[in-house]
Design a protein around this ligand. Structure first.
Ligand code: ZN
Length: 277
């Protein structure tokens, strides 16, 4: 089977060194296996997406010496998210939730990987149809339906899928056609991705994705969760905060091919380190 990887940035801020590393890892894993490296622009966050950044991303990747095949942007795939969500809703695996952020904050008993764990307030409750609603996964019901499922990570090996620490996670957001979890899972299947590469900060999200794959009858890829670039204070490099953008480096005349080689060697600028479990 051909190895197909992808780099899937969101056009809501400039790319930085962490993105460059992530793209290079995905690119090289495909190249070394004689496979294909895809670029997918994840632009469903309508309020924050800036279309002009997609072009900047392409110039950044070209500057780094990467070759890719670009698949359709997420904004063209909204029907597929909606039909999957409708199917899960009809099967009783999702429920409508009208809670506000502050209501959830007040009702939550503990924190999970994505903030306060939702206590299930709206589960089994008729919600006010005039209020905007999110769709949440009934995680216990989902686990009952899928049973014990394994996923395989290049570094961690075989992992039993168990997303319960997230609670009843949002699958469709109030203002967007899908959550990251639903959109990325459907897109990876639609694009034929066989090896999902991304940072170890998203490792636990894979529990959710594996369960969604099972519920929706999607093919199951392998995963490669790579280490992260950190600043001097141990914070992950982030947009707009502690890392120069690739566009700035490119515009200042820095050699992108040389930078890519240095990143491959984990030979990093001072103050930046590579952290991996
Ligand atoms: Zn609710």
């Amino acid at each position: 089977m051909e190895t197909i990887t992808r780099f899937a940035p969101s056009p809501n801020g400039h790319l930085h060194l962490g993105h460059a590393l992530s793209a290079i890892i995905a690119h090289d894993l495909a190249r070394d296996a004689g496979g294909t490296f895809l670029l997918r622009i994840e632009d469903i966050d309508g309020a924050r997406s800036r279309p002009e950044l997609a072009d900047e991303f392409r110039r950044d990747l070209e500057w780094l010496g990467l070759e890719w095949f670009e698949v359709p942007m997420q904004s063209t795939r909204i029907e597929s998210y909606q039909s999957a969500a409708e199917e899960l809703l009809e099967r009783g695996l999702l429920y409508r939730c009208t809670c506000t952020r502050s209501e959830i904050q007040a009702a939550s008993q503990h924190a999970g990987p994505e903030g306060p764990v939702y206590p299930g307030t709206c589960k089994g409750r008729a919600v006010d149809p005039t209020k905007p609603f999110a769709l949440r996964l009934d995680v216990h019901r989902a686990m009952q339906e899928v049973g014990e499922r394994i996923w395989v990570d290049a570094l961690a090996g075989s992992v039993v899928a168990d997303p319960r620490e997230f609670g009843d996670i949002v699958i469709v957001r109030k203002e967007e056609p899908a959550s990251y979890h639903l959109a990325a899972t459907l897109d990876d299947a639609a694009d034929g991705v066989t090896l999902v590469t991304r940072g170890q900060d998203l490792f636990r999200s894979t529990h959710i994705h594996r369960v969604l794959q099972e519920l929706l009858g999607l093919p199951v890829p392998d995963w490669h969760h790579h280490g992260l670039l950190m600043d001097e204070n141990g914070n992950k490099l982030a947009k707009r905060r502690n890392s120069p953008s690739l566009a700035d480096l490119r515009n200042s005349g820095e050699d992108g091919l040389l930078l890519a080689e240095q990143l491959r060697l984990r030979n990093l600028p001072s103050g930046i380190s590579y952290w991996s479990v």
